[in-house]
Design a protein around this ligand. Structure first.
Ligand SMILES: *Cc1c(COP(=O)(O)O)cnc(C)c1O
Length: 356
């Protein structure tokens, strides 16, 4: 069975260029870029484009993706960037070179598993500087370091932090400075050198542009900025990168003029919501073969600006095409946000096509 639509068409040449641009831009300011591959489920062609663009370290939040990265033949270091489940630590030590952590119990287990197989696993401790997702609260960091510093089988490579993704907190001089100050304290207290201060994700690029990054930060973990050239947290395009790296193509399975207001008593839709419809009289409606099972629909924008998305159910996406010469069988294209891309790349019902 070889179904062609829906498909995501990925222009890996643009992704290669975005990578090259961001690796150079950050590199010139003393920041190494860890390429984050979760957004494309570690799709090999995209990963290769990142590597050709100059990425030397890769990170992903899922061990399944890290297994794919290993099989791609990548020779550099690979990190798990989501703090690990205790139940995955044995596999983690086998598959990855390092990981981001915030729990002493997890680091102790990493130590044990790594020692058993004669490996040294790199640990970056996550510090919560205010976004309130993962991380050790700053006042507890010195104590945690004391508990793990002498464990065998691990090395404390550095500190990391993440903002923007949950609490929506913006990266700032103040919150990156917390990391740098803690590193200095740790180095003084324990007489060690921390190699890596991983200061943020795509959203932290604004700090470099405004020269507001605390000096001492030497790594960013970048996914969205490379893959889509966008920065969802700051709601902007990343300067110097190309957008439109990916396009969603769907096929119209019904095109008919129908009323814009449903006929009959209105209950709830398939997802339990009460639908709101505006009566605009008869409109030409297209259904394309794609639905909420495949995609976070709110993140789609029709390339043809005269089309308007009306809504979706599990398998049907409805579009007002009154102003377009669309007929059944035609292909309708969409741009996507990071959220829509995540869902599309993860759906097995959506083809991924790479163009170069
Ligand atoms: C997803 C993720 C990133 C990458 O974020 P982008 O916004 O895609 O650059 C970095 N760090 C962590 C911990 C993440 O989970």
């Amino acid at each position: 069975m070889r179904l062609r639509y829906p498909c995501v068409e990925i222009d890996i040449n643009k992704i290669r260029k975005n990578t090259r641009y961001l690796v150079d831009y950050c590199g010139n300011k003393g920041i190494e870029v860890m390429g984050i591959t979760k957004g494309v489920c570690a799709l090999t062609e995209v990963v290769n484009a990142m590597v050709e663009g100059g990425i030397k370290k890769l990170g992903d939040s899922r061990l399944q993706n890290i297994a794919v990265l290993r099989e791609s033949g990548f020779m550099g270091l690979i990190y798990l960037i989501r703090i690990p489940m205790l139940s995955e630590i044995r596999d983690l030590v086998n598959l990855a070179d390092g990981s981001f952590n915030s729990e002493v119990d997890a680091v102790k287990m990493l130590s044990q598993e790594a020692s058993t197989i004669g490996k040294v696993h790199k640990v970056i401790l996550m510090v919560d500087v205010g976004d309130l997702r993962e991380g050790i609260m700053p006042e507890d960091v010195l104590n945690v370091v004391g508990q793990i510093i002498n464990l065998p089988g691990i090395v404390l490579e550095g500190l990391g932090t993440n903002v923007g993704c949950y609490g929506g907190v913006l990266a700032s001089y103040e919150n990156t400075k917390i990391l740098v100050d803690l590193a200095v304290e740790i180095e003084d207290r324990y007489g060690i050198k921390l190699k890596t201060l991983s200061g943020g994700n795509t959203a932290a690029l604004t700090l470099l542009e405004k020269s507001e990054l605390a000096s001492g930060i030497n790594q960013f973990r970048i996914g969205e900025g490379i893959i889509l050239g966008t920065d969802a947290t700051n709601f902007r395009k990343v300067p110097g990168t190309c957008q439109n790296t990916m396009k969603l193509k769907t096929e119209a399975i019904e095109v008919k003029v129908k009323p814009s207001y449903p006929i009959g008593e209105i209950g709830r839709d398939a997802f339990g919501n009460i639908p709101m419809h505006k009566d605009e009289g008869p409109i030409k409606r297209a259904i394309v073969a794609l639905g909420k099972q495949d995609c976070r629909i709110e993140g789609l924008t029709p390339v043809d600006k005269s089309m308007k998305i009306l809504g979706a159910s599990s398998d049907h996406l409805l579009i007002n095409v009154t102003k377009c010469p669309i007929k059944v069988g035609d292909i309708i294209e969409f741009d996507m946000t990071y959220g829509a891309m995540l869902s599309l790349m993860t759906s097995k019902y959506v083809n991924k096509i790479v163009i170069d």
